[in-house]
Ligand binder design. Structure first.
Ligand SMILES: [Zn+2]
Length: 137
């Protein structure tokens, strides 16, 4: 999907604020032939853990409501990996099975100063990386 630099920076800022725990949240997209991220909705990692994240189902539904009020769609679920590469864990793959077609964005902080943000589509247990492209502000 297209993500403006400012929104990517919001994801990275959220990841750094929560470190060493994982952060999580969702991204709203404007639907279309090339979906474009328009807003970051932070969520609370109720697991408060550096190794995994959990989202309260009601909080997730509230975020989706807000996204739909904006006439947008749930485009991605994001979280951070503070100790490992930004690649989906088996737990991620299992979680993503409930959200077909929603991109799975991981902010990797294990590299030190430079955060690495990657996006995947996870379908039937198969992980495929998809590009994150910069959008004009
Ligand atoms: Zn993960």
């Amino acid at each position: 999907m297209l993500i403006a630099r400012a929104l990517l920076d919001e994801l990275i800022a959220h990841a750094r604020e929560e470190a060493p725990n994982e952060c999580c949240g969702v991204l709203a997209v404007e639907p279309g032939p090339q979906p474009r991220a328009v807003r970051v909705h932070r969520a609370v990692n109720t697991a408060a853990s550096p190794l995994r994240f959990e989202v309260d189902g009601r909080e997730l539904l509230r975020a989706i409501d807000l996204i739909e009020q904006d006439r947008c769609e749930l485009g991605a679920i994001y979280h951070s990996h503070t100790r490992t590469a930004p690649y989906p864990s088996q737990t991620d793959i299992n979680f993503a099975a409930n959200w077909p077609g929603v991109e799975w964005i991981i902010v990797g902080l294990a590299g030190g100063e430079t955060a690495e943000v990657r996006s995947y589509l996870i379908d039937g247990g198969q992980v495929r990386e998809v590009p994150i492209e910069g959008a004009a502000e």
